[in-house]
Write a protein that binds this ligand. Sequence first.
Ligand code: OSB
Ligand code: MG
Length: 378
Amino acid sequence: MHIERVELQRLQMPFKASFEASFGRLAKRDLVLVSVYSSDGTVGYGESTSMALPLYNEETTETVWYMLEHFLIPKLLTAKITSPAEVAELFAPIRRNNMAKAALEGAVWDLYCKQQGISLAAGLGGQKQTIEVGVSIGIEPTVDLLLHKVEGFINQGYKKIKVKVKPGFDIEPMRAIRKQFGSDVPLMADANSAYTMDQIDILKELDQFDLIMIEQPLAHDDIIDHAKLQKELKTPICLDESIHSLEDARKAIEMGSCGIINIKVGRVGGLTESKKIHDLCQVHNIPVWCGGMFETGVGRAHNIAITSLPNFTIPGDTSASDRYWTEDIVDPEVVLLEPGILAVPTEPGIGYNLKPESVNKFLVRQENYSRQTVASVE
Ligand code: OSB
Ligand code: MG
């Protein structure tokens, strides 16, 4: 693949409106954009899904940059890679830091598919031409404000409405949504680990709202209590934070900890691992869907591509660019083809171009690494 240079760009992009989850309130995205350059002039793009603070997982924008600069980029630039499937193997000796790995691996996947002249979706083995998508809605100051947001997204045709919950903002909002919009709305709750088994009564109440699933109710590192809880609930539990790898998925399925898995490419360390988890879940009749981390168009494009695989049967969190951004960094922006539907690009690679003038607006740091420079960093 002749990778000769990697560029890192740190971008800070304000959201249209701040977003609250049980772990805190965020006003902007803080990400590392990765560009991988081949000697033939082809460029591949990837994006880190870490946040500025380690509230969702242990990584941050700073740790991602550090790991890329000191370990992952030097490994990539000094190896001879013939396909992106080899990148995960190359990075395997380095423990965790999955979002850092995924950002670089994703860029290599894009580069490879562009060189092969195939779409990223096709490169991953995806077959769908369009995907159904949903939207994730944060904790709002009042239930009325939440209802207003839900209405707007239902009107845009989003195929799944996911609402963030936390103790004190759970039963009432769910009841209000069901009351106002009826039982047909595909609705789910995401707790981001805000509950313990001592609060099982609240989770049993949530069980009565015919939710498609309850996402990550218990601890971020748990699969044991989730298995106990699943026995007490008819609503499927979906694991997000607890699944970092194919092995985690295997154990959770074996334990009966969940009925559904949310695959986030960053959290599991890349597209290759995502595909493996997808395949395992398919064999075990565990439906999967693609989670989101407030991605720019670059990350959205990767999410769309992986969602084109057949066992992504539940609409994911990959909403259109205008969900979070007044201005995205890709051209064209990600827009709904029809209500709640996104097209899977057929152009080579991710199928979206970078808009350099937009990238520059949000740019706070930029570095380049070549074979020569990494020798000194290592
Ligand atoms: O738990 O799915 C989550 C965002 C950041 C961290 C964790 C999560 C989320 C979201 C937003 O729910 C999904 C999106 O719209 O990108
Ligand atoms: Mg989640």
